[in-house]
Each structure stands twice: as C-alpha cells, then as structure tokens.
Design a protein. Structure first.
Lengths: 235, 261, 216
C-alpha cells in the first residue's frame, strides 16, 4: 500500500468518526426524548412515542439510509449533504433502539423513589430530572455501550451511498490495487480497535456514574438481547 | 406395594461383613476455610450411618466427596476395596456405579417424564434395554407409591412426590451405597413424614448401605446403626443412636442435641 | 410529493422476487447462526485455553466489526484464495457467521442458567458427559433461549439488505435495480420500507406466541 492509499484510509477513519459522533449525539437526544415520552401521563404522548419506536425499530437501517438519500429530497425538496443525511438516518434508527433502553431503565427504578418524590410534592418533571433520571442513567450505560458498537458498525452502511467513510476507502483501495485480502483485513482491524476503545470509554463512564449513586458496577447475568430486539418488546 | 421387589444390591459376601467405605486423612478446604480436617472414617457394608452436627461442620461435604461432586485436597477415598480418589477417570466411573445419591433439592430432570428420569441412567449407563429399564422403573414407582405418575412432568408433582421419584431414580441403579443429603429439608412439613416412612421401609427391608445427613433426629434414631457427631470438620463422637441420643459423652454433642431436639 | 401507483404495480413482481430471496437468506442464515453459535458456545467451555482463547478472540472480533465489511471480505477475498461461491451463498454464510457470534452469547447464558443441581444429578447417576449434554443440559438450555434467538432472527432480517452491496438481489437490491431503470425512487423504496416494518412486526407477534407456549 502506498502512502497515498493510506491517506485515503485515514480520511475514511476521520469521516467514520465524525459520522459516529454526530449520529450518536442525535440518537442520544432521540433516545431520551422518546424514552421519557413513553412514560408520560398523557396516553396520546405515549402512543406517538410508541409508534415512533415501533416504526423505526421495524425498518432496516440501510433501507432508511436509501430513503433519506433518495426519497426525502424529491418529496420534501430537501437536499441534504451526505454527512447530514447519514446522521439523520442512523440517529433516528438507533435512537429508536435507545428509547427502549431509556424506557426500560426508568421502569426499573424502585417505585418507592417515585412515591418519595410525590411525597415531597415535586412536579412530574422535577421527579424525572431530580430523582428518576439520576438513578436510571447509570443503569443505561452498559446497554448504550452495546448500542454504540452497533452504531459504529452501522456507519459503514453509508459507504453504499458513496460516502467516503472507512468502509468506502477499502473499496477504493481494492480497485486501485486489484487485491482485497490485505485492505479488508486492515479495515476490520481498524473497526475492531475503535470498538475496543469505545467499550473502554463506556466502561469508565459506567464506573464514574455508578460511584455517583453509590453502587458497584454489577455483573451482568441476564440473557443477552439484541439491541434492536423486537417491536413492542417480546421480552 | 411389595418390598420384595426392591433391588438386591450385589454385594460380595466375603466383604459384606466388613467395611465398604473408607476415608483416610481426608482434608477439604474452601479458600481459607478448612471444612474437613484430616478425617478418618469408615462404614461397614449394610450399615446405616447418620451424620449429625451443626451446619457448616462438613457433613454434606463428605457425601459430596463420596459422590465425586467435589475433590478432596488431601487424603484417599476407597469404596468396596477400589480407590475412588485419587483414581483415573475410568476407575472413578466404575466405582461411582456403586453409589447413588438423593439431594436436598431433588434435582429431577424437568425436561423428562417421571419414568424417563428413572430409566435414563439404567439404559445409558448400565446398558439395560428400554423394556427392562421401564419394568424396573414401574416396580420402583409402585414401591414409592407413585405408580400413576409415570408420564407426569416432575414439575407438576409436589415436593414430597418429587423426592420419592428421586429416591426411585437412585435405587434404579441398584447402588450398594445410598447417600441421603438432607432429603427432607426442602419439603413442606406435612410432606416430610411420607418420605421418611419410605426411607425407613427401604432401610429395614434391604441391605443397602446408607449414609445420611439429616436434621430429623427421630428418623436418625430409628434407622441408624451408628451416629457420628461432627464439629468443625472432625468426628467428635460416634456410637449407637441409643448411646448418642441418651448418654452422649461430649458436652458439645449434648449442647447440639439440646438445641435441636 | 408525487406518488405514482402504476410505478408500485410495475415494481411488485420484482418485489416478490426480492422477498423470496430475503426470506431464503433469513432462513438459511438463521439455521447457520443457530448451529454455529452452539458450536462456539460449547467450544468456549472446553477446559483448555488453547481452544477457548482463539474461539473467544475470533468471535469477539467478528461481533465487533461491521457485517458489511465482512461481506466485502468474503466476496472479494475468497475468490483470491481460489474459493468461488455465488454472491447469495457468500452472503448467507457471512450473515450466518456474523450472527453466530451473538447466538453464542445467548446459548452461553442459557447453559449457565441450568441449575448446578442438574449437573450433580447427572454425575450421581454416572451419566457420560456426552449424554449429560444432549439429554439433560441442552434440552433445558435451549428451551430457555428460544425467545432470545428469535429476537436475533428479527435483527438479522433487518440486516439482510446489506447483501445488496455484494450484488444479491434481495428486496433492497430489487428496489435499487428498479429505481435505476425507471428513475422512480419513492415508490419501490417505500414499498420495501413498509414490507420490513410489516415483516418485523409479524415476526415479533409470532415470537411472542411461541414464547407463551414455551414458558407456561
């Protein structure tokens, strides 16, 4: 591999990291908005949030990407730059999975805590902000960590649209060198290293947050579930 | 129900008068805690021996070592003249055939019917053909009073019924030694008597050697030839039930019996 | 927004073709992942580091890297090594292999959830190790893991469009081909989008029914 080709790969890494960062940000926002909305006292809010989750978890991320790239522009007259189109498709899809995590963690907080909040005559929003979320967020970190790895893997999908991410750079190198074993091995290794670093980062975050609410990081014993398990949750 | 149908253990008459189980200098530790401390201990064939003592004194550990569910850290275990520990795996399998065990939590296989629970090992381990194994299983179910539960799933049975199936399952292997590990501890009080009566019948009508860990002192008094009092990993006193229960020598034994009787 | 029903009608024959391919990939891919995942789960229990370490490392690697790049790897590299498979076969193997690293974790958890007393009873009855696995442990473990495995089948369904990238004409592949020929993007992409939502929803209903039957 020539230095020029390596530069191509490095640019791909940079694009992948940017896309990962933006779509993770959007996915987090969606997760919390929709996840909290699903615990709202008004049924219509719960229904709309639930509908969102059902639809976006039911679709395939790649189909969503095609839709955002090809259907949105003519239909609504939006022509998004590829980075934002990718961010939108990935953020909305993975945010739907994330909302399930948020809802689950909020539901797992001891009901006595909510009652305590009522006894202190907090408003529902104060209860959410001051009591429920601080206790639920540390529990969300391990599943969010898994979701982040899935999102990293998902970023490779934009290469199908010709966006110059890491996976796409591999295809260019393959065409340039007429040889594929080497470049794809490198690519997989780079993805693995990024995933490894992300896992480490999230584990550190979990430790800090759990120390904040006075809990030890607990061993995980439950059956592993796919982050994008089912519609409505057959769990 | 006929007790004549109960399997006869195949005991070599030469040996039957003498010892069947011998533990020599057996030590077992869990981390820093020494559960058994250089224990010497033997049981004669056909005898019924009850192990009593406070919890954590190592009684159950002895049964688990004999069943090869755990390995000693030091010492040797011999059964019917053959080494069980230390021994090569092949010999362990051979010696282990002579031993059966009934557990506190029954440990029936929930994925098999009651009948399959009993026939599984005779077919796959002893190589009986299925008809023969089923005939044997039906006899045993008859003996334990559950002839009508052949096709039931174990989880549908009461605790007492499950434990009786577990006893039948152990007997189906025609063991020379039967290990009973607190077999009534997990049962509701009203179901205890039925299981104990069954074990009394078996003790009286067969010459299976029994090693029994129990908190049921009346039962221990009824069936035992010998009672061993354990404390802190050692046998501190042994003797006939009459002796141990009415006139123990050691203060520790008296104290323990005072607390449980 | 311009929606043309005649474009939908034109696309439908292609849609059915694509649906069949998607379902074929899903069924065979699932079977591969069920079998291979069990093999991994059993291998990591072999009491030898020479087995557990490589199996653990390889599955961790496959699980943490994108399926899409793995598909490229299989599609372009295997022929270089003299192994030429059809795109569909390559895709099915790739997706099955990828998901086996997830089902492996499911099986592991299921096996660990079988109570220790079951192993002890098997030892007390002197059952051979093989028989203990096949007659006692696995039947109990697998019953427990069916719902979790089913969830991964639904996940896999949503990953099947990636096979389009290695020229397999599953639903998305058919939609793209149709779009390129007719310059209609909205209709085919919306049709398959709805199809995915409907299929996932149906599958999850099916799974819940199955779960109710398995867990009384």
């Amino acid at each position: 591999m020539t230095p020029g080709l390596w530069e191509l790969v490095l640019k791909g890494v940079w694009t992948t990291l940017q896309l990962l960062f933006f779509s993770a940000l959007l996915a987090t926002a969606v997760s919390f908005t929709v996840g909290v909305a699903r615990t709202h006292r008004l049924w219509i809010v719960r229904f709309v949030a639930g509908f969102y989750t059902e639809v976006f978890r039911g679709t395939s991320a790649l189909v969503m990407i095609f839709w955002v790239f090809f259907v949105l522009p003519p239909a609504f007259g939006w022509q998004l730059v590829p980075m934002w189109a990718g961010t939108l498709a990935l953020g909305l899809t993975y945010g739907a999975y994330g909302s399930e995590i948020v809802r689950g963690a909020l539901g797992a907080v001891d009901p006595a805590q909510r009652e305590g909040g009522i006894a202190l005559s907090f408003t529902p929003w104060q209860r959410m902000r001051l009591i429920l979320l601080p206790q639920a967020v540390p529990e969300m970190v391990p599943p969010f960590s898994n979701l982040l790895i899935e999102l990293l893997k998902g970023t490779s999908l934009v290469s199908v649209m010709g966006m110059g991410d890491l996976a796409f750079s591999g295809n260019l190198v393959r065409l340039a060198l007429q040889e594929s074993a080497g470049i794809y091995t490198y690519l997989l290794l780079i993805y693995f290293v990024i995933a490894f670093l992300l896992t480490r980062l999230m584990r550190g975050l979990e430790k800090r947050l759990k120390a904040g609410v006075g809990k030890a990081a607990r061993p995980r014993t439950a059956l592993p579930e796919p982050v994008d398990a089912t519609l409505g949750g057959a769990r | 129900m006929s007790l004549e149908t109960l399997p006869e253990p195949e005991i070599d008459p030469e040996r039957s008068a003498t010892e069947l189980i011998r533990l020599e200098q057996v030590t077992k530790r869990f981390g820093d805690h020494t559960v058994l401390d250089r224990l010497d201990f033997s049981v004669d064939a056909g005898k019924h021996v009850t192990l009593i003592g406070p919890s954590g004194s190592g009684k159950t550990t002895i049964l688990r070592l004999l069943m090869t569910l755990a390995k000693p850290d030091e010492g040797t275990i011999t059964v019917a003249g053959q080494r069980l520990y230390p021994a090569p795996e092949k010999q362990v399998r051979e010696v282990r055939k002579k031993i059966g065990m009934v557990f506190q939590q029954f440990n029936l296989f929930p994925n098999m019917s009651v009948l399959r629970n009993i026939t599984e090992a005779p077919v796959t381990v002893l190589g009986l053909d299925r008809d023969e194994a089923e005939a044997r299983a039906r006899e045993l179910l008859d003996l334990v009073g559950l002839a009508d539960k052949c096709d039931a799933r174990p989880t549908r049975l009461s605790g007492g019924q499950q434990q009786r199936v577990a006893i039948a399952r152990a007997l189906a292997m025609r063991p020379q030694v039967l290990l009973l590990d607190e077999v009534t501890s997990a049962l509701d009080p009203e179901l205890v008597a039925g299981v104990l009566d069954l074990l009394r019948d078996i003790a009286r009508s067969t010459d299976i050697t029994m090693l029994c860990v129990t908190h049921e002192m009346n039962f221990a008094r009824d069936i035992s030839d010998q009672v061993l009092m354990f404390d802190s990993g050692r046998v501190i006193e042994s003797g006939t039930p009459e002796k141990i229960f009415s006139d123990p020598e050691k203060d520790r034994t008296r104290e323990f019996l005072g607390a449980v009787l | 927004m311009n929606w043309d029903w005649s474009a939908v009608a034109d696309f439908m024959p292609h849609f059915w073709d694509g649906l069949l391919v998607t379902l074929r990939v899903l069924v065979i891919g699932s079977l591969i992942s069920f079998v291979l995942g069990l093999v991994w789960a059993l291998l990591v229990r072999v009491p030898s580091r020479w087995v557990t370490w490589p199996v653990g490392a390889v599955t961790e690697f496959v699980r943490n890297t994108p399926l899409l790049v793995q598909l490229f790897f299989l599609f372009y590299v295997l022929p270089e090594w003299g192994l030429t498979l059809s795109a569909l076969t390559t895709g099915v193997i790739g997706i099955g292999l990828h998901y086996s690293t997830y089902t492996m974790q499911v099986y592991r958890a299921g096996i660990e959830a079988v109570p220790a007393g079951q192993w002890e009873a098997a030892t007390a009855l002197n059952l051979p190790l093989r028989r203990t696995w096949t007659a006692v442990i696995l039947p109990q473990a697998i019953r427990r893991v069916v719902p979790a495995l089913g969830n991964y089948v639904i996940s896999m369904l949503k990953d099947t469009p990636m096979l389009m990238a290695i020229t397999v004409l599953e639903m998305l592949g058919e939609a793209r081909l149709f779009s390129q020929e007719s310059f209609r993007f909205t209709e085919p992409l919306t049709v398959i989008g709805v199809a995915f939502i409907a299929l996932s929803y149906l599958a999850s209903l099916l799974l819940r029914a199955l779960e109710r039957r398995l867990v009384p």
